[in-house]
Design a binder for this molecule. Sequence first.
Ligand SMILES: Cc1cc2nc3c(=O)[nH]c(=O)nc-3n(C[C@H](O)[C@H](O)[C@H](O)COP(=O)(O)OP(=O)(O)OC[C@H]3O[C@@H](n4cnc5c(N)ncnc54)[C@H](O)[C@@H]3O)c2cc1C
Length: 489
Amino acid sequence: MNHYDLIVVGSGPAGRRAAIQAAKLEKSVLVIERGRRVGGVSVHTGTIPSKTLRETALNLTGWRERGFYGQSYRVKQDISADDLRRRLLITLDHEVEVLEHQFSRNRVQHVRGAAHFIDPNTLEVEKTDGEVMRVAGKSVLLAVGTRPYRPTHIPFDGKSIIDSDELLEIHTVPRSLIVVGAGVIGIEYATIFSALDTQVTVIEPRQTMLDFIDREIVEDFTYQLRDRNMKLIFGQSVEKIEKDAGGKCRIELSNGRALQSEMVLFAAGRVGATDSLNLAAAGLEADSRGRLKVDPETFQTAVSHIYAAGDVVGFPSLASTSMEQGRIAARHAVGAPASEPPQYFPYGIYAVPEISTCGLTEEEVGERNIPYETGIAHFRETSRGHIMGLDSGLLKMIFSRKTRRLLGVHIVGEGATELVHIGQAVLNLKGTVDYFVENTFNYPTLAEAYKIAGLDAWNRMGEGPKEAPVATGQSLDSALTDMKKAASN
Ligand SMILES: Cc1cc2nc3c(=O)[nH]c(=O)nc-3n(C[C@H](O)[C@H](O)[C@H](O)COP(=O)(O)OP(=O)(O)OC[C@H]3O[C@@H](n4cnc5c(N)ncnc54)[C@H](O)[C@@H]3O)c2cc1C
């Protein structure tokens, strides 16, 4: 039996980053992955496929150019499922190749097979060729991720009643689609298909959606979706789904209403992929949703040499945060010092339009009784917005009236997931409204919206005391001088 410093189960963002981090610290690492290829949900069924599909849909439909050429503008008429898949396959191949190269460059061993515990340090791997092997690890990281929640009363058929994994295999772009669940995944796919001219209806049992996002941003987003004829039904759950004689899907809602569509995407949650790990043999137990509880700083489970990171530990369930969790867990597991993750991380929702956010929402600031001011900019106020033909897009910042510090940045519209990083940097460096007012932004850019929103808030906040706290308590100029001095020493 081979022994390793660290055994990682799962090769998604958390597992991959953990393995490479431990290998860079010269530890022996084995990654066990049961999928056909490395990469996890992120590469094969989640992040990368959905974002590639989005990009393809926006390009082929000419979505971004419609502000100029009119709503009937199309780059390609009759977009097929094959058109959508072509780019996907090329992108995925490239991603896998990069990953495999990273593993071999860093001498990370990987084996294809499904792992389960024999005892807290030993795992058995059932390889796809039928061979069974046992491996032992000083530490083990469970980065097994999640899979779509598939309740038994939903008659999934893989063709017209599908989950988000199966969506990537569809043969035709449906004329009508009902999406059950207005979470991030449901909303992303709903808006992508709406951009492809599919008539989309979203059903959500709660009265609201995307509750962790600033309400003003969600209201703007919701308005845009309804304006382009998407139907959003809140406060209703699905009682029954069946196929009618003509092959159409028929959905019965809790209020007795019945809806029809060509396809149903069931996207109401995911569960941790822990059921086949034989956790009991390791002295562990998952919760009712298959998730593992960990120490939020070290990512240790209840058994101190077994770590868990990524989606299997729950919120925020992002590829970006999973990578960071994996890195921290690996450093801790091999006894290397690990820094705490920064307080604020960005959240990106790649719907059409995009939403991205970092820091506190206006509702959270209110709940904490922090006196605040907001600053808002519409993309149509920027020259770049005019050039791009944008008639929507909004950037909102929230500042403390007391310290003038940026508390939150919230964006809906083109490029939101890229733009948010400017706000994130200012936020984590403890910058104030004055940063946006006093600095020059490239012109014409959408980033100029930061300046406009900063000025909007500044107009109501007024001039701060001359000694107002600037980034990290030190002015940027003196920080730069220190850096230059350090570089010349
Ligand atoms: C449709 C969709 C869109 C998304 N979009 C985004 C986005 O835009 N941005 C973003 O940041 N995040 C996004 N996410 C979330 C992102 O994909 C996840 O946060 C990320 O993949 C989690 O990484 P992970 O390392 O926890 O595990 P995963 O990526 O889930 O990988 C886990 C791996 O473990 C393997 N495994 C499981 N059990 C075993 C076992 N017993 N033995 C061996 N191997 C096993 C699985 O085969 C899998 O490959 C999206 C998710 C979905 C579903």
